[in-house]
Design a protein around this ligand. Structure first.
Ligand code: NAD
Length: 249
């Protein structure tokens, strides 16, 4: 089957971009076996209220339950491997150093394990932990030294550990968000992959790119809330489309 005109046009835009930003969401990791947020609401995790667990009040209300939920998600991430979409982005960066920056909403490490170096993480890292409250003994207190427990506690001050992710109601890491906005504002093309566009401020990056005059290409299996910002939409699975879109001409 010959690739359609849309596909050829998208490929041209990406290959011509001197500055390309890829904004990725849970959908890029779906084919590695990590449930998307929507899956989490309807699938296995629907026995929990994900919104309540992924928030500070939820964690404080039932720390053991939230810790166990995150431990299960963390183990799930560690069981997976990057897929062809992660690898296609990493290969593009290696072929064109300095031309591609990834801005990810994902808390997994699949971009990094695929070999991508220039990755801005907007929502943290599920494989890391930090103190729930500012630890009064820092920097003398090291999270590695936390006593066992669910969640582990600081052996000295009793503070709890929490996952190093951005919960609902929390602000994004300022430096990563500022760097992402700066990159998007000056890119030639924004490739938006596997995001529903429902989580802000990340979702606003598509409009920012569009207003700055960039091409905005969306790759998604289904409609998203930011489709109106797209100059072009490709419907399909990231692991099938990205290798073909980003392969050398
Ligand atoms: P989302 O779950 O809201 O949306 C996922 C999107 O991916 C949907 O639009 C869906 O149509 C699309 N999709 C699913 N499979 C796809 C595929 N194979 N190819 C292309 N598109 C596909 O995810 P979101 O927009 O990233 O926002 C959810 C929030 O939940 C984010 O803050 C994120 O940090 C977090 N989250 C992260 C992970 C992860 O790190 N892997 C997993 C679940 C949730």
């Amino acid at each position: 089957m010959e690739p359609g005109d849309d596909f050829v046009a998208a490929r041209r835009v990406l290959q011509a971009a001197r500055s390309l930003v890829a904004l990725t969401g849970a959908g890029i990791s779906a084919e590695s076996g990590i449930p998307t947020f929507r899956d989490a609401q309807t699938g296995l995790w629907s026995q929990f209220d994900a919104m309540a667990l992924a928030s500070e009040p939820g964690f404080r209300a039932r720390p053991e339950r939230a810790w166990d939920w995150y431990a299960e998600r963390r183990a799930g991430v560690q069981r997976t491997e990057p897929n062809a979409a992660h690898r296609a982005l990493a290969a593009f960066e290696q072929r064109h150093p300095g031309r591609l920056r990834i801005v990810t909403q994902n808390v997994d490490d699949l971009h990094q394990r695929a070999g991508s170096r220039d990755v801005l993480r907007l929502h943290g890292d599920i494989l890391r932990v930090r103190w729930l409250d500012p630890c009064p003994l820092q920097p003398a207190c090291d999270t590695d030294a936390a006593a066992a427990g669910r969640p582990p506690r600081c052996a000295r001050c009793g503070n709890l550990l929490r996952p190093d992710v951005v919960w609902f109601g929390e602000v994004l890491p300022a430096a990563a968000l500022a760097a992402a906005e700066a990159a998007v504002a000056r890119c030639d093309a924004l490739l938006v992959v596997g995001t529903s566009g429902s989580v802000w401020p990340a979702a606003g990056l598509a409009g920012l790119a569009r207003r700055a005059g960039a091409q905005v290409l969306i790759v998604n299996r289904a409609a998203s809330e930011i489709d109106s910002e797209a100059t072009q939409i490709l419907r399909g699975a990231a692991a099938a489309l990205l290798p073909a879109l980003l392969a050398p001409i």
